[in-house]
Design a protein around this ligand. Sequence first.
Ligand SMILES: C[S@@+](CC[C@H](N)C(=O)[O-])C[C@H]1O[C@@H](n2cnc3c(N)ncnc32)[C@H](O)[C@@H]1O
Length: 536
Amino acid sequence: MALYYDTAAVLSSAQGQGSLKSSIYGDAAKKSRPTQIYALISQTAKRDVLLKEVIENAELLKHESKLTPLLALLLCHDHFFVKSGIAAPLKHPLRQAIERNKSRLLSELARARLKRKCASLDALKLQLDADHRRQTRPHPRWMRTNILRFDDGYQPRQMFPKWNQQNSLDQVLEATELSYCHDNHVPHLFAFSPNIELVKTEAYTRGQYILQDKASCFPAYLLLGGQSKEDIGDVLDGCAAPGNKTTHITAILQELGSDGKVFACERDVARSKTLISMVSKAGAANRVQVLAKQDFFALDSTDPRFQEVTHLLLDPSCSGSGILNREDIPQLALPNDPRAATKSSKNDTADQMVGSKKRKRADDVARSPEPIPSPMEEEIPVQATTERLQKLSNLQTRIVEHAMAFPAATRITYSTCSVHEQENEVVVSRLLASRVAQDRGWRLLPRAQQVQGMKEWKHRGCNSGSDSENTLTGDDLDSCIRCLPDDNERTMGFFVCAFMRDDNVQHQERDASSLAARNSLRNDDEDNDEAWEGFE
Ligand SMILES: C[S@@+](CC[C@H](N)C(=O)[O-])C[C@H]1O[C@@H](n2cnc3c(N)ncnc32)[C@H](O)[C@@H]1O
């Protein structure tokens, strides 16, 4: 019986604590064997949806007030699917709770089986296992080679002599030996076999490569890739920590032969330290000027320091809804608890999800004593309520509006690791309609003018029709780039687009003082103009 309590404890406390195995083996106080706990969790994860359905239809939780949804799921799993049944003496209260409801449970199980057109319990098991295999596809470890740390040229085969180079992502994911392949869209990016211990390699320790999701490499490449050094002055990263994109910008500038500076602005105190450390360890310190503890809104776009800033990258805080759960702690579908109606909605939500996403951005962040402090980049994902999304969307719009006011700026990227239209296409719609964009001639960089890999990327912006604020045209949507968290490209959920300035308007607006004068006049006239708030 300890098995069920121990397993429930592992699943409940493992939120954000690393891998399933480390959670199981990490606590010596458990009475059950770790292998038993592991088997119960991984088997239940294959059948949780069916078990939830059966438990709900049999109204088990209504009849057994002492069972939690999670315990009910685990017990029913063993009751139905393990030959020896529930691992507890017949008289144990947990086992009794199931025995008392046995006939109702069995008849609901039969109904669920027939619904799935399975003639026997074994056939049902086979079907559920196959479904589970299809749904839990592995993800590679994406790694960007940091060319700033290669003095004598960049030779992938020398870096990974013992690892097998494959031709495709699928081959990497299927290979049993350590493998990698070049990415087709972003230069110097590789996909490695999942679970590979990259952080222990010497090249990683030397800062020669950076763990960075493929999607997260898009903004810097879209901003600068394929341009000539004459078109690029200085670059400003407005929301920079921990610095993955800052160091990527620096690497691309070096490759282009540009001698532009990089300003990296970060508001948060602790994250500013991480940014400084990452910039230094990636060998970018000679070119990057970190503006630590600096709110981007408080940067004066007309400050002479920024008069050569032509390119800005904005990757502001977002809901993080596109972030993948790289931990292997399964999120079990739990039966609805009829007693939960009286609990607060917050508790209900927590109760319905085990192995929650309330955690740091990625497992890598937790393993801190590493040379590059934070291979993954974002903040803690939040449960996105409508109100929260609205606030984020407003803030994101204002941040890019502020960037659009930099006098010499000609190109801007905006990105999020969110899948919500409100933080993506809606923000772009609002930006295109904003006064600063219209006055200064900002428009979307069309797909045809994007650097090769970005032009070829198949997933573009979307309009589900559910948000009237998404007013993007077909061409606008085609200019936007999306990464889907559940497709064969194996990236996290992500959005990025680039804005460029219309050449004619750029000429008119070279006279920055006339722009500033006009801006201040409009602010006086239109106190309630929300789009204008970003400039204050
Ligand atoms: C999504 S993360 C950026 C990740 C980063 N671009 C990377 O690739 O490593 C957003 C960052 O923006 C910072 N931030 C949010 N609002 C800001 C503001 N107004 N000014 C400066 N930094 C801001 C947050 O503290 C956070 O570190």
